[in-house]
Design a protein around this ligand. Structure first.
Ligand code: SAH
Length: 364
């Protein structure tokens, strides 16, 4: 049986408003069907796919091995989503670059380019805004505006690749938005990003981070992908988690742990738990002990993130010594733990802050 994302016909991706076909969101098979309907030869689909997803063309005019007539027909019937960087910030500390991209409907999303020893990593957004309401997060302050299309997620990576002239080896879906609240588009995005006829990024080099939408963690497990699932846990008891993450009112930690175990069993992949350390909220020795009790049996990895200060929020980071003490405590319980390297602290590091500051400037 074909996976559901392949059954999806290209007709479904016609834009409701403009009736233009969202060409960059089409798989190669869908592109072949479209061109067959147009009476074009099948190999044209391969050429167009190659221009879009390998050569990262920004316009139909660049597709010089197509006839002028076909290029004109494409331009009349299709749109080629290309994002433009409205603002670009570069860290003087570590070369991290943060881009604020304008979408075709003038909404804004942000993406981050990070340089590591093992290669370049890009952090992308999956929605405009976010509906999840985590109390420490800037992305959710104005709520969710809309989901991003597969093309809009892909082009964050394509645009940064073009800008930097270097290959991307890792992609993390950890920017603005809740990827499992935009499930079908994120799944299609992953399949296209890992397509050998596109950028051919290994599934193992993709991380999807979720606040914990249990039914969709289970659904994702059944796709049997080799991507890493990161779970934003941030608290080790339901009571505490409900104080900082509204999603905790919907799913208990016990349900979350069951879903994580299921993901691990189905895919063989180890889960990462993200834990934003907030002074006086979740950084006591007792919190470390409860966290270890959850993480230990799952053989998971914990990523500690000292909370990034957000203008509209009052949460503060524990000092460095307290962060180290929390890490040591977890290690005493034989938990695999790292402190997230803080990149781009000098350029609105926290999730959603660049878009937020742009909005505020343009509203006043
Ligand atoms: N919605 C997804 C992905 C987006 S946020 C999720 O919840 O996982 C990516 C990660 O950054 C999440 O772990 C999120 O909880 C964390 N985060 C958001 N704002 C933060 C802040 N101000 N400081 C530290 N971590 C933050």
């Amino acid at each position: 049986m074909l996976p559901i994302w392949m059954v999806f016909s290209w007709h479904c991706l016609k834009k409701e408003m403009s009736e233009l076909i969202d060409l960059k969101s089409l798989t190669l098979d869908e592109l072949k069907n479209m061109l067959a309907d147009w009476g074009e030869k099948p190999f044209r689909a391969g050429q167009i796919y190659d221009w879009i997803h390998k050569k990262l063309a920004r316009s139909f005019d660049e597709m010089t091995n197509l006839s002028v007539a076909l290029r004109e027909k494409l331009a009349e019937n299709c749109e080629l989503t290309t994002l433009t960087a409205e603002r670009l910030q570069e860290s003087k500390l570590d070369g991290t670059k943060k881009a604020l991209f304008a979408l075709p409907d003038h909404n804004m999303v942000e993406s981050v380019w990070m340089k590591y020893e093992h290669g370049n990593s890009v952090c992308i957004s999956s929605q405009v805004g976010c509906a999840m309401g985590c109390r420490f997060c800037a992305s959710t302050i104005g709520g969710k505006v809309r989901d991003l299309t597969p093309a809009e997620m892909l082009d964050q990576i394509y645009a940064l690749t073009r800008m930097n002239g270097e290959r991307v080896s890792n992609v993390v879906v950890m920017g603005t938005g809740e990827p499992l609240d935009n499930y079908d588009n994120v799944l299609r995005f992953i399949h296209m990003l890992t397509d050998e006829k596109g950028l051919n990024i290994s599934q193992r080099n993709i991380t999807v981070s979720t606040c914990g939408i249990v039914p969709n963690i289970r659904r994702l497990a059944e796709e049997k992908l080799q991507i890493t699932l990161a779970l934003s846990l941030h608290a080790a008891t339901d009571e505490k988690r409900r104080e900082i993450m509204p999603i905790a009112n919907k799913y208990t930690i016990a349900q979350l742990m069951d879903a994580c175990r299921y993901y691990h069993d189905e895919t063989g992949r180890r889960i990462t738990f993200e834990y934003s350390l907030i002074a006086g909220v979740n950084d006591r020795p007792e919190d470390a002990k409860n966290l270890a009790a959850l993480a230990g049996p799952l053989n998971s990895h914990i990523n500690l993130i000292p909370v990034n200060p957000v203008r509209e929020r009052t949460f503060v980071q524990p000092d460095h010594r307290a962060v180290l003490a929390f890490k040591n405590k977890l290690e005493k319980y034989h938990i695999n733990v790292t402190i997230r390297r803080e990149l781009g602290r000098d350029i609105d590091g926290a999730c959603g802050q660049l878009r937020r500051s742009y909005k505020l400037e343009n509203e006043t």
